[in-house]
Design a protein around this ligand. Structure first.
Ligand code: ZN
Length: 347
């Protein structure tokens, strides 16, 4: 049984703004997480969350804007927004909770565990069961950059897979990619419950380009229209005069996008320490063996830089953005192109 008190009636109509109160825990810092429901009549329920990792602000801004700008009369069904999940981590510009916990490794959660697990349990047992669609917005955080896009894990169930793919595509980003995860992530649990799950990587690093923030807003509101909870015309890349998005297959480990210590940035691991020079812009095609960057050695200026070759032919999707690197550090996210039909036809 959840120990979290929700101050709004999730079944109630109209716009309600309140909090999730967690039991006090001196290790975990703040214990109040904002939650908002905008409900009107019949229709699907969509859960929108951001700030799962505290230092990923693009989605938090889009979610806060959603709360202010969407009127109940525009909604058919219900939008539940948790705009800044890891509230204290966000305030501290940290990926992790003050206890060190990674909220996106806390699922399905535990009602008797530490605060992050209690909150994950509330998501798993109250919010996900109430939702038809779950949108969790990430970026690469403070020390990385990923081509701004919507992405997804690939569920076994082909019907769910197609619905997730179509919702992901409604973000209208130039790229989408597919990833694997360890099974204890927020999207894993929502997917297990059969939900249409859309996740994002909206750039990253500390400055948010205006175009990325605009894309976060346009993508989020278009997905809400696509699933039928928000009024207005759905736009597609075709209706915008854009070519189809490029789909990239990044399902090659159990790591997490945006975690530069391990995970999807494992496509290239630094063979030496030094200063990382990037030679290819993210979003560019790369050939197997092509150098995407090189590492200079300030302690040995006479020696040539160490080149970092792409392990596959595909697209450079993300990079570590802090130039100082340590030997063994993960630096780049690269994956081959995959065709839409091939993805949908996979067993
Ligand atoms: Zn994240």
């Amino acid at each position: 049984m959840t120990q979290i008190e929700c101050t709004i009636d999730l079944a109630g109509p109209g716009r309600q703004i309140g909090y999730l109160h967690l039991p006090a825990d001196p290790d975990a810092g703040a214990t109040r997480v904002p939650i908002v429901s905008i409900a009107n009549g019949a229709g699907p329920t969509v859960l929108v969350s951001a700030g799962n990792h505290g230092d990923e602000y693009e989605g938090q801004i889009a979610a806060l804007r959603l709360i202010r700008e969407i009127q109940p009369a525009q909604v058919s069904g219900r939008i539940i927004v948790v705009p800044v999940v890891s509230t204290e981590a966000s305030r501290r510009h940290s990926r992790f909770w003050p206890s060190g916990a990674n909220f996106n490794r806390s699922f399905p959660g535990n009602p008797d565990g530490p605060q992050n697990e209690k909150l994950a349990f509330f998501f798993s047992t109250v919010l996900f069961p109430a939702a038809d669609v779950v949108i969790d917005m990430h970026s690469a955080g403070a020390s990385g950059w990923i081509v701004p896009c919507a992405h997804m894990c690939v569920p076994k169930d082909r019907g769910q897979r197609r619905l997730m793919l179509e919702a992901m595509e409604a973000w209208n980003s130039d790229f989408h990619f597919f990833y694997t995860s360890a099974g204890n992530y927020l999207p894993n649990e929502a997917e297990r419950q059969g939900k249409i799950v859309v996740t994002t990587e909206l750039g990253g690093t500390t400055r948010i380009p205006v175009a990325v923030q605009e894309m976060a807003w346009a993508g989020l509101t278009n997905v809400l229209r696509h699933v039928g909870v928000l009024e207005g015309e759905v736009v597609t890349r075709a209706s915008l005069g854009l070519p189809p998005a490029t789909l990239v297959d990044c399902r090659f480990d159990d790591g997490h996008v945006g975690d530069v210590r391990s995970g999807l940035f494992d496509s290239i691991v630094a063979p030496v320490s030094g200063i990382f020079e990037v030679m290819v812009e993210p979003g560019s095609p790369v050939a197997k063996g092509q150098p995407i960057g090189r590492i200079w050695s300030p302690q040995d200026p006479a020696s040539p830089p160490t080149e970092l070759a792409s392990p596959v032919t595909g697209f450079l999707m993300g990079l570590k953005t802090i130039p100082t690197v340590e030997q063994g550090q993960s630096l780049a996210l690269i994956g081959p192109r995959i065709e839409r039909d091939a993805l949908l036809a996979e067993p």
